[in-house]
Structures are given as structure tokens and as C-alpha cells.
Design a protein. Structure first.
Lengths: 268, 312
């Protein structure tokens, strides 16, 4: 029957089984490739993958630096600064648009337009306008995240019932207090959800930019290793990106539960 | 003469070409518990929103007469008018106690104070929360102080909402069909809560003090109106507007305004008296064929004036 619930044990068992099947399939595929070409690195064996991990972690012979440390610092800095600026700007613009119809009338059309432009397609514009230094990556993430997130915040603000705002006024709230003590608190869970949804696109923009013009970072390393057809480092990096995305999502969900214990997504 | 709190003076309201309220004149005296009834779409909630200040009238004015202040015209929501809606009266992100305390916080402190004088703010906060807990106890919700609205029943939420408004000691408490979504048992419980407020008014009057609660409740339940109100106002579009020279109904107006029997919160209801008054209200307010003169059933102030010399 559609949507018939399953118990926790079944859910856990099926989840584990899917991962085991994935790993077994990979092992079989890698073995098949080795039978055809023992030096193949496009689908590396588990030992080749281990070599890739070691190479990423040990000091480089030429640069005296660890790849992973250099790449993680470069990508992490660009991502966090870009996200911080993008999210901050989006919250301010979204709040203003949701609270003041005149601001909404001015900002809504351009933001709707910019939100439709794929961030990766706009790479060329950023190269030309901001150059290829750190600022370019930060700007890329910021402006990739800002329009769509501002629209999400705007919609969340508009969803706050008028009755709640009127109620606050009858309790003596000023305009600023209505925004800070009612609207911001009311939209907080949706705001955190919006940030969770923006992490994926932000990473896409950043990795794409690093692959094209980067001199450090995850995208740069993946491109370099892919040119040599050495996928052992590439798969390791992809796994790290997945773990990072999953970890951020988990932390934000926990943060949502901590800051908004009243929020019940099923009821919403 | 009773002290007037709210004066709706020749209030007209319309949406596009559709007239909603026409020449509505209502005076609410301190201590009144006024129930407003009327057919669906007659503008009961529009009148209430006009008094709240969210939808000021297109023509006419609404004046507030706060104690010790010159009268002023209502143009926006204000601290002197408490409101309880059928839904969304509580802030979902606050517990019951925080919901009741939020008015005190907003009224007595500012954002810079809360941010930069944190220690002082914590002391004041403690006092607010204690006061809120005491108010919740008054409405029988001492066990619910830490519950969020989604963890409470509809009736509990409405009781918290009433406490949230009352703690601010508003000049008038406005209730917009507050019990509309509740089951019968819960509805009766809340009606008794309003009657207890009326009982507090009577005690204050006896002691020679001004009655603390003035309430205007919009409801579509006639029995509820007669039971909780000490005065019932009927708004209706069924009046003799054609005889007054209008080609179409210009909007609903006050066609009924009479005192209602005051019930004891814990006593039985006087069903005989209820039935008589209900029949009169039905005839005056809900009967489309009965297009009477507006003045026919507006006897509240005349009756008050007639009673006053006897009291003296």
C-alpha cells in the first residue's frame, strides 16, 4: 500500500544493505577493469584508493605542502565567506521585501531575474568583472546564493500571518520589535532550511570555478588528477565533499532543533 | 453617565462598490461586555478590525477615550486595545508563559536595553515571567507554563491568548470569534471564563472602583452572545434602507442594541429569558423579510438612562 510505514529495524537494515550493495558493485566493477588492464586507474581498486588518500595527506615532494590541507583551506575559506555574505545579504533583502511593499516592488523583479541565471553560466562575467583571485570565488558564491535565498526569505516573511503582527502591535511592539521579535523568530526554521538548500548550489558554483581557473582547492585538485586519469584522489575528494555536505546539513538540522524547539515540520 | 471607552461615530466602510458598514454608531462603556452578532458577511469582523486599527473606516471615525487622557482617533493598532483572534493569536515560537510575558517585555523594555543592559534585563525578565505564570494560574493553566502552542489544545491556546491580552490591562479587549473552532465543552469552559471577568467587574463596581474589564466579542452564536455579554449588539443588512431613499443596501448597520441577562459563571442558565431575547434578535437581525426601522430595537442607552434615576 502506498505510504505504508515500515519499522525502524527494516529502515536501518535496508539502508545498510543499499550501501553494502554499492560497495560490492564497485569492488566487482573495479576487478573487471583490472582484468582488462591491470594499470587502469579510472575505477581504482581499494588499495589504489588507499594510495590516493595517502598521497593527499602526505607532504608533497615539490611544494612541501599537504594537498588536502591546502585545498581544504582554500575551498573552505571561499565557501564560508561567500556563504556568509550571501546569506546575510539575502536575509536583509528578504526581510525588507517581505516587510515593505515598496522595497518588494523595486527588488523583486531583478532578484527573480537573477535567480533564474545559472551560477555556472555566469562564471565568465565574474572572471571579467572581479578577476581570478579569492574575491572572484567569494563573489561567485555570494551572488549565486543571494537572489534565490532572498526570494525564499521574502516568501517566508509573507507567510507570517497578519494577525500575529497586529497582535504584536497591540502588545506595544515597535516596528523594529515586530521585525526582530516576531518575524525573524517566526521565519528562523525556514531560514535555516533555506541555508541548507543553498549549500549544494554554492559548492557547485565554487568547484566549477576552481576547476576552470583555480590554483588551489578541491575543484583545482580534481581537475589536475582527472587530467592524469588518476581517479584515486578524485574519488577521495568527492567522498570528502559528500561528507562535508552531509555534515553541514546535519549540523544545521541540529541547530534548527536547538534554536526552534517549537518547529514541527510535519505540522507545518 | 457611564464612562465611554470606544465611540464609533458614523462609521462607514466599503470594499470596491460593495457597502459593508453603513452609519454605524456604537458607544462602549467601561465595564461593558458587548457581544456583536449578525448574519454572515454583515461586517462584524470589519467593525472589530476598525476598532483594532488595522482597517480604519473609510468614513466616520473611531475614538478611544483612555482613562485620564484626551480622546484620540484610532488609526492603527495600539497598546490600549487587546485582541484575541480565532487563530494565530499566540506566537508559536514562545511557550505559554513567554507568550503571556511578551507584552510586558515589549511594553517595558527596548531592544537596546535588552542587548546592552543584560543583567538588569534578566531581573526584569524574571519578574515578567512570574507575573505571566500568575496570570496563567488565574485562567487555570498553571500546568501549561512550559508548553508551546502546538502542544496545547485549541481551548488552552485561547485561554493563554486571553491571558496574554489581559496582562497588558487594555482599555478594551476585542475578541474575534475566539471560540469558533472549539468543541462545545471547551467553548462552555471559556464562556465561563469570560463570565468570571464580568464577576470581577461587579465586585469592582460594588467597591466603588472602575470595572477592570471592557470586552467586545464578535460571535455568530446567539446563545453565546446572550450568555457571555451583558449587552448584545446586532449588525444587519436587513433594515428599511429602501424607505430611506437607497436603491441598493448601503451596508449593514446596528439594528439591535439591548442589555442581556448577566449569568453567574457557576450557576445555571436562565433558558426562558434566553429564548425570549434570542427570538427578538432573530427577528431584528437575521430575518431578511423583516425590514424594520433601525431604531426599533436599539434601546440600550434609553434603558440605561431610564434606570439611572431609579438607582439614584
Amino acid at each position: 500500500m502506498i505510504r505504508r510505514p515500515i519499522n525502524k529495524r527494516w529502515r536501518f537494515g535496508l539502508g545498510i544493505a543499499s550501501i553494502v550493495v554499492l560497495l560490492l558493485s564497485y569492488t566487482w566493477l573495479s576487478g573487471r577493469m583490472k582484468e582488462e588492464n591491470p594499470n587502469d586507474t579510472t575505477i581504482p581498486s581499494w588499495s589504489q584508493l588507499k594510495d590516493g588518500v595517502v598521497r593527499s595527506l602526505e607532504l608533497g615532494k615539490r611544494t612541501e605542502e599537504r594537498w588536502l590541507a591546502v585545498d581544504a583551506v582554500a575551498t573552505g575559506y571561499r565557501l564560508f565567506v561567500g556563504m556568509f555574505l550571501g546569506v546575510s545579504g539575502a536575509v536583509v533583502l528578504g526581510l525588507m521585501m517581505g516587510c515593505f511593499p515598496r522595497v518588494e516592488a523595486v527588488l523583486s523583479p531583478p532578484l527573480t531575474l537573477f535567480a533564474k541565471v545559472p551560477g555556472t553560466a555566469a562564471l565568465a562575467v565574474f572572471f571579467v568583472m572581479v578577476g581570478t583571485d579569492t574575491e572572484m570565488y567569494v563573489a561567485m558564491v555570494t551572488f549565486g546564493v543571494l537572489p534565490s535565498m532572498a526570494l525564499s526569505v521574502h516568501l517566508a516573511v509573507r507567510d507570517v500571518p497578519d494577525e500575529m503582527l497586529n497582535k504584536a502591535y497591540t502588545l506595544g511592539a515597535s516596528h523594529v520589535e515586530v521585525i526582530w521579535n516576531v518575524i525573524v523568530r517566526h521565519i528562523m526554521p525556514k531560514l535555516i532550511d533555506a541555508v541548507r538548500l543553498q549549500i549544494g548550489p554554492a559548492m557547485v558554483y565554487l568547484i566549477a570555478a576552481e576547476m576552470l581557473v583555480g590554483d588551489a582547492g578541491f575543484g583545482f585538485r580534481i581537475r589536475l588528477q582527472q587530467k592524469k586519469l588518476d581517479m584515486s584522489v578524485v574519488y577521495f575528494y568527492l567522498a570528502l565533499l559528500a561528507v562535508f555536505g552531509f555534515g553541514m546539513d546535519y549540523i544545521l538540522k541540529k541547530l534548527q532543533r536547538l534554536l526552534c524547539p517549537w518547529f514541527n515540520p510535519v505540522r507545518q | 453617565m457611564s464612562e465611554i471607552i470606544v465611540h464609533c461615530d458614523k462609521v462607514h466602510h466599503w470594499f470596491g462598490s460593495a457597502g459593508v458598514l453603513y452609519d454605524v454608531n456604537v458607544r462602549v462603556a467601561r465595564g461593558n461586555i458587548v457581544a456583536v452578532v449578525g448574519p454572515s458577511g454583515c461586517g462584524k469582523s470589519t467593525l472589530l478590525r476598525a476598532i483594532v486599527g488595522t482597517h480604519p473606516p473609510r468614513q466616520g471615525r473611531i475614538q478611544m477615550h483612555a482613562h485620564g487622557k484626551p480622546p484620540y482617533e484610532v488609526r492603527r493598532p495600539g497598546r490600549d486595545r487587546g485582541i484575541v483572534y480565532q487563530r494565530y493569536s499566540l506566537f508559536p515560537f514562545l511557550t505559554a508563559r513567554e507568550n503571556v510575558a511578551i507584552g510586558l517585555m515589549l511594553d517595558e523594555t527596548s531592544i537596546p536595553f535588552r542587548l546592552f543592559r543584560f543583567l538588569q534585563w534578566r531581573r526584569i525578565r524574571r519578574r515578567h515571567l512570574d507575573a505571566a505564570a500568575a496570570f496563567l494560574e488565574r485562567v487555570g493553566l498553571e500546568h501549561a507554563v512550559k508548553l508551546y502552542p502546538h502542544e496545547m489544545s485549541g481551548g488552552m491556546c485561547q485561554r493563554v491568548a486571553v491571558a496574554q491580552a489581559l496582562i497588558m490591562k487594555p482599555q478594551i479587549l476585542l475578541l474575534d470569534e475566539p471560540f469558533g473552532a472549539l468543541d462545545e465543552a471547551m467553548r462552555e469552559e471559556l464562556q465561563r471564563m469570560l463570565l468570571r471577568l464580568h464577576a470581577e467587574n461587579r465586585v469592582a463596581k460594588k467597591a466603588g472602583e472602575p470595572p477592570p474589564h471592557t470586552i467586545l466579542i464578535v460571535t455568530h452564536e446567539l446563545n453565546e452572545a446572550i450568555y457571555v455579554g451583558d449587552r448584545v449588539i446586532g449588525l444587519s443588512q436587513y433594515w428599511n434602507w429602501a424607505e430611506k431613499g437607497h436603491v441598493a443596501c448601503p451596508g449593514a448597520t446596528v439594528v439591535y442594541d439591548e442589555a442581556a441577562p448577566v449569568s453567574d459563571p457557576d450557576g445555571p442558565r436562565d433558558f426562558e429569558e434566553f429564548t425570549k431575547q434570542r427570538d427578538r434578535i432573530r427577528k431584528a437581525v437575521f430575518e431578511p423579510e423583516y425590514l424594520q426601522d433601525r431604531e426599533e430595537f436599539r434601546r440600550y442607552w434609553t434603558a440605561c438612562a431610564a434606570e439611572a434615576p431609579h438607582r439614584e
